[in-house]
Design a protein around this ligand. Sequence first.
Ligand SMILES: *[C@@H]1O[C@H](CO)[C@@H](O)[C@H](O)[C@H]1NC(C)=O
Ligand SMILES: *[C@@H]1O[C@H](CO)[C@@H](O)[C@H](O)[C@H]1NC(C)=O
Length: 289
Amino acid sequence: MRFELSALLALTGPAAALIRFQCSQLVVERLDPLVTPGQIPSPHVHQIVGGNSFNATMDPSKDMPGESTCTTCQFSEDFSNYWTATLYFRARNGTYQRVPQLANAGFAGATAGGMTVYYMQDPLYDTAQKSKVSAFKPGFRMFIGDVNARSKDQAARFRQLTYTCMDDAGSRERETVAFPARKCAYGIMTSLRFPTCWDGVNLDSPDHMAHMSYPESGTFESAGPCPSTHPVRTSQVMFEVIWDTSRYNDDADWPEDGSQPFVWSFGDKTGYANHGDYVCFPPFLLSHS
Ligand SMILES: *[C@@H]1O[C@H](CO)[C@@H](O)[C@H](O)[C@H]1NC(C)=O
Ligand SMILES: *[C@@H]1O[C@H](CO)[C@@H](O)[C@H](O)[C@H]1NC(C)=O
């Protein structure tokens, strides 16, 4: 695997606490140690990146992912695991094809596309990244999204799980909460931004979300204050995944009724159920802040 290390180092000098890196695919399989630990197979297919100790259990009482010996992420010391569902194209004849992924801008060479992971203390465009954040603790994990959401209202409790219809590799505007309704010349990017206010106590919670909260008002980007129930501000973790949908842009392949043909591995055709999972390996973050 070859990466553009000079570009990466420019972003991650010792003072800067914005880190952005690509992770190649580790595996595509039906395992979900966060939502359905120990269940083989999990209810739907995921693409997983990160440390190689990933397995069906990831017992929080063990030092997993600390048992990893290597990772698919660009930082060889990041043994965290990050995962999302996989995307399919439904052809007119009713067959499904798994949509391949593309590497993000500047990361050509990442195997099978994988995903780009960000940790930031302030909005992406703020190069100073000066705000104080609390480090994630060993055993920390979280989930964001709702696999059962099928309407705008159901998705509304999540502020920043989006799609970008990409006309070219640099497209970043007009994010939508539903799948793009039109053909996207380059592909579709899914962006998942996790909440940034922690209760300060729990490393996880039954729904894997309750220990975290969005800011009380505004957003992470507008530096909205954390609520009293979740007073501890953390970094914003964000994933970007680019789906190579352009290969399916022939009119003859799209549904005759003009609807969009993409569907998540768990059957969602609306896109409102966009979701992501994160199992943290804190030593990596400490060495980069
Ligand atoms: C996952 O790995 C841990 C640590 O190596 C091990 O104890 C556990 O049995 C594994 N789980 C499965 C389902 O393989
Ligand atoms: C179904 O349609 C897809 C897309 O046009 C095509 O690639 C595939 O071979 C077809 N499969 C069958 C069984 O006809």
